[in-house]
Design a binder for this molecule. Structure first.
Ligand code: G6P
Length: 369
């Protein structure tokens, strides 16, 4: 058992620590000498891809959150409208699907019942379906027009960590490819983005190597709360959703994620002295807006835990605990900023005496509706 866990106390930790490798492996062979993103497995020609005028990303659970991150990049690099939807909803509604619709189905296991049903439905309606999965030969792989494998290797802990990172990196490559196809990313820009994307492997490693103590302190500060609120803006909001899900899954502490600008329309009513607010507060165009949202929480006595950019000296004035991540461009921030939230969830779960690898009531893959 210990050997299987590679010397780590649990699979969740082992898998979190594998993430720098997952980033590197997922990128191998994906940039051609001419500066083009190479995803042969897509099964669509350049011309067919050029016709794509709408993207739906369908998935469940953590995989759905990878989609939320990709939406931002697809829309900003390719200017193609992109919707992200739970497969369990998508399959039962009359989504607008035409032959120029690309459906991207994301599933670690490749066998989630709702995701598979949504794939089948989309293909009947004429969409092209591209699968992103971690399991070679899985139903999602077999039933999609094209498939890209995340290079996470087998994931054992029920709560997904390294697969998520593999999904986000794969979806980022897809977004870059669409940007190129639409003539919006030059080979030079693509090369630079690709290099920055690869750099996230080292940044994750740095978080793993340097932030454990800060994360443990932050975990102790919220382990005995009855509820926690995760907030962020832009990409930070997407990261918050995954942070809250991870915490709920493994620690059974109720957590909710909110786009920080929306707090004043409801969640701020929850805040009372000591209430934990976990903020994805990395430097971005909306940083100042987020800080002012956090000041509202501080004024009501919230205990603020911030994931912030290295070198940010301002955030410590309002946050009780700060976990630092290296600076990245906004597009790749989620790959790095999600990692401390995974570790935070794990620490809180351990402090609450939970089994981090096998949370109650959850299954690794959900093959029935
Ligand atoms: C289950 C797992 C989650 C996972 C979700 C979707 O709920 O416990 O970790 O995110 O299914 O699974 P998939 O294999 O389709 O990504």
């Amino acid at each position: 058992d210990l050997a299987e866990k590679g010397g780590y106390p649990d699979f969740m930790m082992k898998e979190i620590y594998e993430q720098p490798r997952v980033v590197r492996d997922t990128l191998v062979g994906r940039l051609s000498g001419a500066g083009e993103i190479d995803i042969d497995e897509l099964g669509l020609s350049f011309e067919e891809l050029n016709l794509v005028d709408r993207v739906y990303i369908i998935a469940c659970g953590t995989s759905l959150h990878a989609g939320l991150i990709a939406k931002n990049n697809i829309e900003s690099w390719a200017r193609i409208p992109c919707e992200v939807e739970a497969a369990s909803e998508f399959r039962y509604r009359d989504a607008i699907i035409t032959p120029s619709t690309l459906v991207v189905a994301v599933s670690q296991s490749g066998e989630t019942a709702d995701t598979l049903a949504a794939i089948r439905d989309a293909r009947i309606k004429g969409a092209k379906v591209f699968g992103i999965t971690n399991v070679v030969g899985s139903p999602v792989a077999r039933e999609s027009d094209g498939v890209i494998y995340t290079k996470a290797n087998k994931e054992i802990a029920v709560a997904s960590t390294k697969s998520f990172i593999g999904q986000v990196v794969s979806l980022t490559l897809l977004a870059m490819l669409l940007g190129q196809v639409k003539g919006r990313l030059t080979p030079g820009q693509t090369r630079m983005l690709f290099r920055d994307l690869g750099d996230t492997a080292g940044y994750i490693q740095k978080v793993l190597d340097t932030q454990s103590a800060a994360i443990a302190e932050a975990a102790a500060a919220c382990a005995h709360a009855s509820s926690a609120l995760f907030v962020g803006r832009g990409m930070g909001a997407a990261v918050s959703f995954e942070g809250a899900l991870k915490l709920k899954e493994v620690s059974y502490l109720h957590a909710e994620a909110y786009a920080a600008g929306e707090m004043k329309h409801g969640p701020i009513a929850l805040i009372e002295p000591g209430f934990p607010v976990i903020a994805v507060a990395t430097k971005s165009a909306v940083y100042d807006k987020l800080v002012s949202n956090l000041k509202e929480c501080e004024a009501r006595g919230a205990k603020i835990i911030a994931v912030a950019t290295e070198g940010d000296e301002e955030i410590g004035r309002i946050a009780d605990h700060v976990i630092f991540v290296p600076k990245t461009c906004e597009a790749f921030m989620p790959i790095v900023a999600t990692v401390p939230l995974q570790l935070l969830a794990r620490e809180v779960a351990l402090m609450r005496g939970c089994d981090v690898d096998q949370p109650r009531n959850l299954a690794k893959s959900v093959t029935v509706e």
